[in-house]
Design a protein. Structure first.
Length: 286
C-alpha cells in the first residue's frame, strides 16, 4: 500500500511536469526552462543538505563521469520537453518507456552486462511496441517522435552512468552534480533567446523544478516498499493518466495503437526485471 502511495506521487509529479512544459512551450525556450529548473533543484538539494542532521559530503573523484552523465541527461530532457510541445502527451510518455530497453543495450556494451534470453525477449518486445506506436510504412513518422526516441537513448546513457556512480556516490550527491553541471549548460544556451517569465509562467517553472525532484524521490521511496516489477507496473499508469490529461486539457485523442504499443513495452520491462531477479537468485545459490 505504501508503494502505491509513493507511486501516485510519482505519477502526479510527472503529469504536472508535462503540463508545465506544455504550458511554457512556445513562450519560454526549453533551454531556459531547464536552466531555471536546475537553479531550483540546486537550491532544494542544498537546503536538504543544510537541514539534514547528517553531514552530507559532495566531494567526488568521478567528476568526468558526472559531467558526461549530465550532458546526456540534459539532452534527454531537452528532447522530452520539445516532444511535449509538439506531440500528444500520451505518445511522448509511451516512447519514454523505451528507456529501459536502450539501457539494457548500452549497459551490455559499456558495462559488460551479459545479454540473457530474457533481455533479448525484452528488447524485441520493446522495439515491437515502438513500431506499433510509430506505424512506419502506414504513415510518415513524425520527426518529433524521432526526437523523443533520441532523448530516450540519451536518458538510457544517463541511467547507465548513474548505475556506475551509485556504487560510490550518494543519491543526493548525484542530484547535486546533476543541477550543478546542467545549470551553466542551460544558461549558456538560453542567453541569446532569454525571455523574462511573467505571471503564471513563474508558477509553472517552479512546479517543473519541484516535480523534477519529487518524481525521483517518490519512485525511490516506492522501491523501498515493493519489488521493481511492481513499481514498473504501477509506473505504467502514467500512460493512461497522461492520456486523460491530454483529453481533458488539450482535447487530444487516444489511439488504440498507442495504448497497445505501451503495453508491449510494459511487458518488455517486466520480462527484463523478472529475468534479472532469476539471475540474482541463481548467483546467491552459487
Amino acid at each position: 500500500m505504501q508503494a502505491f502511495f509513493w507511486m501516485m506521487g510519482t505519477l502526479a509529479s510527472f503529469a504536472l511536469m508535462a503540463v508545465g512544459a506544455r504550458e511554457l512551450s512556445g513562450d519560454i525556450a526549453t533551454q531556459q526552462t531547464l536552466f531555471i529548473r536546475s537553479v531550483i533543484g540546486l537550491f532544494c538539494v542544498l537546503l536538504i543538505s543544510f537541514l539534514s542532521q547528517k553531514r552530507i559530503k559532495f566531494q567526488t573523484k568521478r567528476l568526468k563521469l558526472h559531467t558526461m552523465r549530465n550532458i546526456f541527461h540534459f539532452l534527454g530532457q531537452y528532447g522530452w520537453f520539445i516532444g511535449l510541445g509538439l506531440l500528444p502527451l500520451a505518445e511522448v510518455f509511451a516512447l519514454e518507456f523505451t528507456v529501459p530497453i536502450w539501457t539494457l543495450i548500452i549497459a551490455s556494451l559499456f558495462l559488460g552486462e551479459k545479454i540473457t534470453q530474457s533481455k533479448l525477449v525484452s528488447i524485441a518486445l520493446g522495439f515491437l511496441g515502438v513500431f506499433v506506436i510509430l506505424k512506419p510504412g502506414i504513415a510518415m513518422v513524425n520527426s518529433a517522435s524521432l526526437f523523443v526516441l533520441a532523448s530516450a537513448v540519451c536518458y538510457a546513457i544517463s541511467h547507465t552512468a548513474t548505475k556506475s556512480l551509485s556504487a560510490t556516490e550518494s543519491p543526493l550527491s548525484i542530484l547535486f552534480y546533476m543541477c550543478l553541471v546542467q545549470m551553466p549548460i542551460g544558461l549558456c544556451l538560453s542567453v541569446s533567446s532569454w525571455v523574462w517569465p511573467e505571471g503564471m509562467q513563474w508558477s509553472w517553472l517552479v512546479i517543473i523544478g519541484l516535480t523534477a525532484l519529487s518524481a525521483h524521490f517518490c519512485i525511490a521511496k516506492a522501491m523501498q516498499y515493493a519489488e521493481a516489477t511492481t513499481v514498473v507496473t504501477l509506473d505504467f499508469l502514467r500512460l493512461p493518466l497522461i492520456a486523460l490529461v491530454g483529453v481533458v486539457l488539450y482535447s487530444e485523442s487516444i489511439e488504440i495503437g498507442l495504448i497497445f504499443g505501451g503495453l508491449l513495452m510494459l511487458a518488455a520491462n517486466i520480462v527484463s526485471m523478472r529475468g534479472r531477479r532469476v539471475v540474482n537468485a541463481n548467483n546467491k545459490e552459487l
